[in-house]
Ligand binder design. Structure first.
Ligand code: CA
Length: 362
């Protein structure tokens, strides 16, 4: 493992979407005392109240367990945290009849700035890694369709036609909980994306990578939520982006730097230097902060940049001026031609004294 820890930047956004009346997703970002990071993304189920309670309880419990332990033993910590969340959800569901049947999916990532990241998940909330311009799904869904696909019982074409929302595992849902915990490589420049199915059902891997590489994590989560809402926003949408590295490149933003506000330039400069943890959040979702994004029409990714738009207007103006000059030139030659032919215009002139027609000067 490299001894110098890699810098981390992150952002999270959860949105109710366009069709639902409540947001049953919940997410949080947390920093441990040893400087390691925990991101948790949950998608609750079991009615409005049940879903909201289960996802929030899971995020809070996982954070509590992971932050309370001083030793950094990622696999053990994550397993223990998810099991504790599972039990608390079940306990609360037993105590409050209105919450009976509640549960949640979860994906939780722990990262200490080194060459490895750990992830635990249950259900169909996902973790992706963006590297080399491509998104790679690092978690395998615990859904009926995904399980059948893995066992070779259905083809991927058949799977794409089937509903994806039936889960085979969820926190709070069964007596015994099986948690998947895995370790993944992390390199300078990698971006990790945690999300609920409200995002990945509507935004494909290519679009995901494109949005994440388009800007910093804050811009990426906003662009992705906006994209899901443009596609109908049929479900709650939650996305978290964690960017790793001192020199994470931002090529698409390069040409707009000169036209950004001074604050943007400072933010970009800080990002290039990898000035460490610039985004430490209170636990919980940040729904509602999307209002400053366009709610309809093209997302940030589709809109031409300021520079592109200026180049375009300049080109149009030059063409108009050139056409104007051509017209003036043509008019000039026509007038000159008229002057030259004037003495021989007899055929169009009428005899003197007659009415109508052109009169020759006396
Ligand atoms: Ca969902």
């Amino acid at each position: 493992m490299n001894d110098a820890p890699l810098a981390v930047r992150s952002a999270s956004l959860s949105d109710v979407g366009r069709r639902r009346s409540s947001n049953q997703d919940f997410c949080g970002e947390f920093e441990r005392r040893d400087g390691s990071w925990l991101l948790v993304c949950c998608d609750g189920m079991g009615g409005h109240q049940g879903g909201e309670t289960a996802s929030r309880l899971a995020v809070e419990t996982i954070a509590e367990v992971v932050l309370a332990e001083e030793r950094f033993e990622p696999e053990m910590l994550l397993e223990q945290a998810l099991q504790e969340a599972h039990q608390r959800i079940q306990r609360q569901a037993r105590e409050e009849p209105a919450l009976r049947g509640m549960g949640t999916t979860v994906v939780a990532m722990l990262y200490a700035g080194g060459a490895e990241a750990w992830v635990a998940h249950v259900g169909d909330a996902r973790l992706y890694r963006i590297r080399g311009g491509r998104a790679e799904q690092l978690t395998q869904d615990h859904s009926i369709v995904a399980e059948q696909l893995r066992r070779g019982l259905i083809t991927s074409a058949q799977a794409s036609q089937m509903p994806h929302n039936e889960l085979s595992r969820a926190l709070g849902a069964s007596a015994v909980l099986e948690v998947d915990v895995a370790r993944h490589e992390a390199e300078d420049g990698d971006r990790f994306v945690l999300c609920s199915d409200g995002l990945w059902n509507l935004v494909n891997e290519r679009e995901l990578a494109e949005a994440v590489l388009q800007g910093d994590p804050e811009q990426a989560v906003q662009a992705l939520v906006a994209r899901a809402n443009e596609r109908g926003g049929t479900d709650n949408v939650t996305v978290q982006v964690l960017q790793v590295g001192h020199s994470a490149p931002l090529p698409p933003l390069e040409e707009d730097v000169t036209e950004s506000s001074p604050e943007d330039v400072v933010a970009l400069a800080r990002l290039r230097e990898g000035a460490g943890t610039s985004s430490i959040r209170e636990p919980g979702r940040t729904a509602g902060t999307l209002d400053r994004l366009p709610r309809s029409g093209g997302s940030d990714i589709d809109r031409p940049s300021v520079r592109q738009r200026r180049v375009r207007s300049a080109a149009v103006a030059s063409i108009v001026v050139a056409l104007l000059l051509l017209v003036l030139l043509w008019l000039g030659t026509q007038l000159k031609a008229l002057d030259e032919v004037d003495p021989s215009r007899a055929p169009v002139s009428a005899p003197a004294g007659s009415s109508g027609g052109l009169q020759e000067p006396p």
